[in-house]
Design a protein around this ligand. Structure first.
Ligand SMILES: Nc1ncnc2c1ncn2[C@@H]1O[C@H](COP(=O)(O)OP(=O)(O)O)[C@@H](O)[C@H]1O
Ligand SMILES: [Mg+2]
Length: 286
């Protein structure tokens, strides 16, 4: 999906490297959570995947589409029909003067669907809000607004759903309901879902969690048991396995605290012992 992705923002003379050689591969129909501290590049990655911005370097393919080899027109089409996007700010997802059902119809107007109202109501039914169809956003709670936002994102049946901290402004129980909703959408429609969050507890709810650190994927947590998409019931940690990620260039991030413990600074000795790669401090230094 993404290979060796770089994004450099330039503000006046200042350069900010938001993504530095990021790799990410997601299977069709998978639910993946991306977790990382603030400023680690999560939103940058999602806006690039959504086609709102271009990377500075690297490769990015979604389905059979190479996002860097698309014309402006194809890109518009991609944003409209291939991805659904949900922002953290509940208010940013909806047009304030429109009712819930009108908001869901809007993306379908751009693709000229004829049965808009019927489909919009079906989607509101799916997210459990059909009885609020005629409410505008100020009459909806934060959780309800995110449900409508999910229906809007699904309007044109995109195979990929991207959500940038969709539960960031919600209380715990509402957040958990929204995560469950993503789970049932994944199961019913087979939609591939990427959820960005800084809530590490999500690890217990999705099949796979990738940890982003300084613009690069660092570690990954997977379930030991067979793949499950999402569930509100937090499973025990015993079922989870954590892996360090090796990128296409063979790079691996060793956590700073581990290096500190071993007193490793600039150099380390790498060797293979009994089928394991061993990382040792350079005994000649210090
Ligand atoms: N439009 C922008 N212009 C300049 N710098 C940006 C812009 N967007 C993000 N950044 C910088 O890129 C880095 C990653 O940001 P972001 O992707 O928003 O991280 P996250 O979503 O994980 O908090 C940060 O250092 C941020 O300040
Ligand atoms: Mg962000």
């Amino acid at each position: 999906m993404c290979e060796d992705l770089f994004k450099i923002y330039k503000i006046a003379d200042l350069e900010v490297v938001a993504l530095r050689g990021l790799d990410l591969r997601v299977n069709r129909g998978e639910v993946v959570a991306i977790v990382g501290a603030s400023g680690s590049g999560k939103s940058t990655l999602l806006t690039i995947l959504a086609g709102y911005d271009n990377p500075s370097a690297g490769k990015i393919v979604v389905g059979d589409k190479d996002l860097l080899r698309m014309t402006v027109r194809q890109m518009e089409e991609y944003r409209r029909s291939e991805v659904g996007f949900i922002w953290q700010q509940t208010s940013r997802n909806l047009f304030p003067y429109l009712t819930a059902v009108e908001n869901v119809e809007l993306p379908m107007m751009l693709t000229n669907r004829s049965d808009r109202r019927k489909r919009a109501l079906e989607l509101l039914e799916l997210v459990g809000l059909v009885e609020r169809a005629n409410h505008t956003h100020e009459r909806l709670s934060g959780g309800e607004q995110q449900r409508v936002a999910i229906a809007v994102a699904l309007a044109n049946q995109p195979p990929l759903l991207l959500a940038d901290e969709p539960t960031g402004e919600l209380d715990d129980s509402t957040a958990s309901e929204i995560l469950d909703l993503f789970g049932s959408i994944n199961q019913e429609m087979g939609t591939t879902i990427l959820i960005v969050t800084h809530d590490r507890d999500i690890a217990f709810k999705v099949g796979r969690v990738v940890m982003i650190k300084d613009g690069k994927m660092a570690t990954e947590i997977r379930r030991k048991t067979s793949f499950q998409s999402i569930s509100s019931k937090a499973d025990t940690a015993a079922l989870l396995e954590e892996f360090a990620l090796v990128d296409t260039m063979g790079r691996i991030q060793v956590p700073r605290d581990l290096l500190d413990k071993l007193n490793i600074n600039e150099r380390a000795r790498l060797s293979i012992e009994n089928g394991s790669v061993v990382l040792k401090p350079d005994d000649k230094s210090s």
